[in-house]
Design a protein around this ligand. Structure first.
Ligand SMILES: Cc1cc2nc3c(=O)[nH]c(=O)nc-3n(C[C@H](O)[C@H](O)[C@H](O)COP(=O)(O)OP(=O)(O)OC[C@H]3O[C@@H](n4cnc5c(N)ncnc54)[C@H](O)[C@@H]3O)c2cc1C
Length: 430
């Protein structure tokens, strides 16, 4: 039986390992104490509860992610409104509205002023066409029209999907997202989130699946070098010793871009990154929203610092993407500003208003949350195949055609599996 060494226990590595486990003997090397990488849950002492490093939202148009969850029996660990519903609040004029897309490809919702973006004109919708036809050099800003449709929908969509501001973000990458989501109609745009935590949805079920196939999971094992000879990887140096590889051994490198570049000198990878900040507030009295926010479980904000507010039973979690622009702001300042914005947006629809005084809170800044999704960085993304016959690359930063997302990471794991000649869902669906 072939042996496959998967290096990196984030979602790309887990996706590859899960796909391979029924076909090969799999060993997974993860440097950290637990798997999950940039999508993980942990117990936070200050808040005395389990939180995710960052809120993650998925759309129904993420076929490889839902296939992964189905394989692991974990789809039921997600929650969402069950339809294409997005409540919004504009902090500039205190305007609340809901975007309710029509399910099919004909966008009837655009004709209904109660379901579309307030203040928009139909002419502005051409921006979607410009994004889908954008060439590799275009930025998102060059495709937008400047009206309410852009300010209240496309800009927030771009910043959260690309994790890059619209002045620098790649229109081509955003166009790929639009083609799979808005252009397909509401059925492709239903939002989903982990009901109890990222690890419970994406990590623990994968580890149970791998155990079932007797895969070896080596957490706390950092790979420090790959020994190559005559176009093959012949050895792996790890923090717990060296591993010699033979003719039946294959390697999938599923580590972040800077680590891949250090293990494979000469490999070109994205080298600029954007941060994401997540503010978590522990609200002991319980959060009881009314109306569409209760239905959706989240609300999108425009016109301030906070972008997405996720409502859990006793924790409010707020996402701020493309957060390098706030590097100079202190933790206290960020937490206080965001708390003020959240109270303005939520108090009108909560049964019990939020306390004026900020509750215990935690700001997590993931400094290298994703590569900066600019046209220039997008061109630096390598494919899965390498010059070594038994080595393939995986990770959200490889050339998936998508921004750095869960779907991109899971897809990249499958692509690496097929690049090594094993069966994978990517090869089957081509
Ligand atoms: C705060 C935040 C919010 C996000 N929000 C969303 C969202 O809403 N929707 C969405 O789709 N995506 C979102 N993303 C992106 C998503 O989390 C990532 O695209 C995805 O998790 C990347 O997975 P990966 O396996 O490619 O990389 P990683 O998760 O980085 O995994 C790489 C793994 O390799 C390990 N490793 C590193 N070096 C070594 C070594 N030398 N030896 C062994 N192991 C090593 C690391 O510890 C890590 O576990 C978000 C990301 C962040 C940070």
């Amino acid at each position: 039986m072939s042996r496959v060494h998967v290096i990196g226990g984030g979602l790309a590595g887990l996706s590859a390992a899960v796909e391979l486990a029924p076909q090969a003997s799999v060993t997974l090397y993860e440097a950290g104490p637990v798997c999950g990488g940039r999508a993980r849950s942990f117990y936070d002492k200050a808040l005395d509860t389990e939180i995710d490093n960052g809120n993650h939202m998925l759309l129904s148009a993420n076929p490889y992610t839902f296939r992964y969850l189905d394989l692991l029996g974990a789809r039921s660990t997600l929650k969402g409104p069950g339809g294409p519903l997005f409540p919004w609040f504009d902090l500039v004029d205190n305007k609340a509205w809901s975007l309710r897309l029509s399910p099919g490809r004909i966008p009837f919702w655009l004709l209904n002023t109660q379901r579309r973006v307030p203040g928009m004109t139909l002419k502005e919708v051409w921006a979607l066409q410009r994004l889908m036809k954008a060439d590799d050099d275009a930025t998102v800003a060059e495709c937008l029209s400047g009206g309410a449709f852009s300010r209240r929908l496309l800009e927030p969509l771009a910043v959260s999907a690309l994790n890059t501001d619209v002045a620098h973000g790649s229109a081509h990458l955003l166009g790929n997202v639009v083609r799979r989501t808005l252009a397909q109609g509401g059925r492709a745009c239903c939002p989903w989130m982990a009901a109890h935590g990222l690890s419970e949805s994406f990590v623990a079920p994968a580890l149970r699946f791998l155990e079932m196939y007797h895969a070896s999971i080596r957490t706390g094992t950092r790979v420090s070098a790959l020994k190559q000879e005559a176009g093959r990887v012949v050895g792996i140096e790890t923090s717990s010793g060296a591993v010699e590889l033979g003719r039946e051994d294959f390697v999938i490198l599923a580590v972040p871009a800077p680590v891949a570049a250090s293990l494979l000198p000469g490999l070109e990878t994205p080298d600029q990154f954007e941060s994401i900040a997540n503010a978590h507030y522990r609200v002991t009295s319980g959060i009881k929203p009314r109306g569409v926010v209760a239905e959706a479980g989240f609300v999108g904000l425009v016109g301030g610092v906070a972008e997405w507010v996720f409502l859990h039973d006793t924790v409010l979690s707020v996402t701020v993407s493309a957060a390098n622009r706030y590097n100079e702001r202190s933790q206290e300042e960020m937490l206080a500003t965001i708390w003020g914005e959240v109270r303005r947006a939520l108090d009108p629809i909560l049964e019990v208003p939020l306390p004026k005084e900020m509750p215990p809170a935690r700001l997590i800044r993931e400094k290298r949350a994703t590569f900066a999704a600019t046209p220039e960085q997008n061109r630096k993304r390598p494919g899965a195949a390498t010059s070594c016959i038994n080595l393939a690359l995986s990770g959200d930063w490889t050339d998936t055609g998508l921004p750095a997302t869960i779907e991109g990471a899971i897809q990249s794991g499958l692509t690496a599996v097929s690049a090594l000649g094993f069966r994978s869902a990517v090869a089957e669906s081509v």
